[in-house]
Design a protein around this ligand. Structure first.
Ligand SMILES: Cc1ncc(COP(=O)(O)O)c(C=O)c1O
Length: 385
């Protein structure tokens, strides 16, 4: 074992026999995160918020780390929200829609990135869904846009099969046609490199509890300054004002920074945890993390393709791959896959049932022999007669 593997084994002391292949659902915490949360609890127990200035530094540290992961020019472009769905909702309620406007999404989005746009039908806004199951998903999305399109909202990586989109191509088309680009990056951030500037994203949203290995309930919301200005605010409070901390002041303006989307007290416990989790990515480096994630995905993909009992549901072209690999057994129907899923979970292979198959989502630290073991269990499973 190399030094870094030794360190990673200490960072992820998962229970013996547990194969944790479910980071596309909810990730595990590294040891340092558990320790940071325990220390924060003790601090609160013994001295409350006496050291609040240090907590604020922790909050700033998290904004900087998230800005780095997203590729934001500044930490001021980062708001800390509750979850991805909240970020998407802020965008939907913030844009000044006109009757006849439309929004383009793909036909494979997670419900949060569809429902929120459907909710605008009462305001006369049309939702168009591009079929991205063909060879040219970006072309299908771009072809779905017309002169009335105001926003394109896509997941950088599809939740069920892991299809990765070429965001640079989408961003260039959006900018050319003056369409806002919103990216749900929850299946990318912490797994794959991301660059909000080069893909010309106007908004990027992602919760920290999947690939970023943080807790549920702290999300990153990136907004490009010019796009940020276009969002009408719908939540108000002391924390979102430009002159933050001046409680005697009667007049106020929203902060120029993305803090304008944070009306009240932050989720400091969640911030403490996510900041600790992201410190690991800083040490390992996103390049090495991405390499580890894709190595696992390549191995699983190749193994599924080579096994005639299995069907690959995820893309096999390297540029389309992500941390998610979904597969089916040819001989099992939907009920059989539900039984296979239950068997895997009961035997300690933590995974998901998505898109009609078994979804594996190992992270960079997952040992290769765990992938072999998981696949073995898939092929060896016998449905009850
Ligand atoms: C692509 C995608 N978007 C959004 C969500 C939901 O995110 P949140 O719970 O942070 O709103 C998920 C959760 O699985 C997801 O896979």
């Amino acid at each position: 074992m190399s030094g870094i593997e030794l360190d990673l084994a200490a960072e992820f002391p998962l229970r013996e026999g547990l194969l944790y292949l479910n980071h596309a659902a909810v990730g595990v915490w590294p040891k340092r995160t558990a320790e940071a949360v325990k220390a924060f609890a003790d601090e609160n127990l013994h001295q409350g918020a006496q050291d609040y200035p240090r907590w604020m530094q922790m909050e700033q540290s998290l904004r900087r780390r998230l800005a780095g992961l997203v590729g934001a020019p500044s930490a001021a472009d980062i708001a800390l929200l509750k979850n991805t769905s909240e970020g998407l909702s802020l965008i939907a309620s913030g844009i000044d829609w006109h009757v006849g406007d439309n929004i383009v999404i793909s036909n494979r989005e997670f419900p949060s990135n569809r429902m929120v746009w459907e909710s605008l039908a009462v305001r006369g806004v049309e939702l168009r869904q591009a079929d991205i199951s063909g060879d040219d998903p970006e072309g299908a999305l771009i072809a779905c846009m017309n002169a009335q399109t105001r926003l394109l909202s896509v997941s950088s990586v599809q939740f069920a099969d892991g299809l990765r989109l070429d965001l640079n191509q989408l961003g260039a088309a959006c900018r050319q046609h003056e369409v806002l680009l919103c990216v749900d990056a929850i299946q990318s951030l912490g797994a794959l490199s991301f660059d909000a500037v080069s893909c010309k994203a106007d908004f990027v949203v992602a919760d920290g509890h999947k690939w970023m290995l943080g807790p549920e309930g702290v999300a990153v919301f990136y907004s490009r300054p010019a796009a940020r200005e276009q969002l009408k605010l719908s939540q108000f409070g002391w924390h979102m004002v430009e002159h933050y901390g001046d409680f005697d002041r009667q007049e106020w303006q929203p902060a120029k920074s993305a803090r304008r989307f944070e009306p009240g007290s932050p989720n400091m416990l969640g911030i403490c945890a996510l900041d600790a989790s992201l410190s690991l990515f800083g040490e390992v480096g996103m390049g090495a993390v991405e390499e580890g994630v894709l190595q696992g995905a390549y191995w699983l993909t190749r193994s599924v393709l080579e096994d005639e009992r299995l069907e690959l549901l995820s893309p096999a072209q390297p540029e389309r791959m992500s941390g998610i690999v979904s597969l089916r057994r040819h001989d099992l129907d939907a009920a059989g896959h539900a039984a296979l899923y239950r068997y895997l979970m009961e035997s300690g292979v933590i995974c998901a049932l998505r898109g009609g198959g078994i979804r594996f989502s190992p992270h960079f630290y997952t040992p290769m022999n765990q992938l072999e073991e998981a696949l073995d269990r898939v092929v060896c499973f016998h449905p009850a007669a």
